[in-house]
Design a protein around this ligand. Structure first.
Ligand SMILES: CSC[C@@H](O)[C@@H](O)C(=O)COP(=O)(O)O
Ligand SMILES: [Zn+2]
Length: 219
């Protein structure tokens, strides 16, 4: 349980419940074909002062995660405890997102739609999702007559540089990152105030990208 003086947001039974929720999310995403072949990584914020996250261990089957498949990392993306297994190769992306006030969980998926659309619209640098009722499932979209601009980053394999690019875009004056972004021919990152909201954002993006893919194949 949380003590009133604790700087930790999650500990004890609350932390176990959060990890179980992330593992159930992984099993669900795996079943839906969004987290196959050890792809994807997930994290939940456990403390802000200092910043600490629980991130999935690198290379794990995301359909069969257990409580031991998470590593506690700090603001530098390194494990807090000596001898801990390596956290996700993409840990720094989770860290820069979790640094933002109001972000409590980050999820990453590898669906066929994200893989293909991030390439199809790479030249534009953005996937435009416009006019769909399901946009209301993204926080702060009160109407279907809105547009979500989902930026697309190149898949350079240089995660520290990508993390810096993401950090800059989070506060971009013209088009700040809002709910998610794509990495070209790779996948989707989305986040939320907690695991439930991050999962909803992934589901909405995946639904909308599936619609976009079908719309392209119809036309
Ligand atoms: C199937 S490998 C995919 C990885 O390269 C990576 O993009 C990924 O999502 C999972 O890496 P991980 O280090 O397990 O977090
Ligand atoms: Zn990935």
């Amino acid at each position: 349980m949380l003590s009133p003086t604790s700087s930790q947001l999650l500990e004890g039974a609350d932390l176990d419940a959060a990890l179980d929720d992330l593992s159930a999310t992984g099993a669900d995403f795996h079943r839906r074909g969004w987290s196959l072949g050890t792809s994807s990584n997930y994290s939940v914020l456990v403390g802000r002062d200092p910043l600490e996250l629980m991130v999935t261990v690198s290379g794990k089957d995301k359909g069969r995660l257990g409580r031991g498949d998470y590593v506690r990392v700090g603001a530098d993306g390194k494990p807090v405890e000596a001898g801990a297994p390596s956290s996700s190769a993409e840990t720094m992306l989770h860290v820069v997102l979790a640094e933002q006030p109001g972000v409590g969980a980050v999820l990453h998926t590898h669906s066929p739609a994200a893989t293909l659309l991030s390439d199809r619209y790479a030249r534009d640098g953005v996937l435009r999702l416009s006019g769909y009722e399901m946009l209301k499932g993204l926080a702060a979209h009160g109407t279907h007559e809105s547009t979500e601009l989902c930026p697309i980053f190149e898949n350079t394999q240089d995660i520290p540089t990508l993390a810096e690019q993401v950090r800059e875009r989070l506060t971009d004056a013209e088009h700040p990152l809002r709910h998610g972004f794509l990495i070209r021919k790779h996948g989707l990152y989305a986040w939320g105030a907690d695991i439930a909201e991050a999962r909803r954002h992934i589901e909405v993006f995946e639904f909308l990208m599936d619609c976009e893919l079908r719309r392209l194949s119809l036309s």
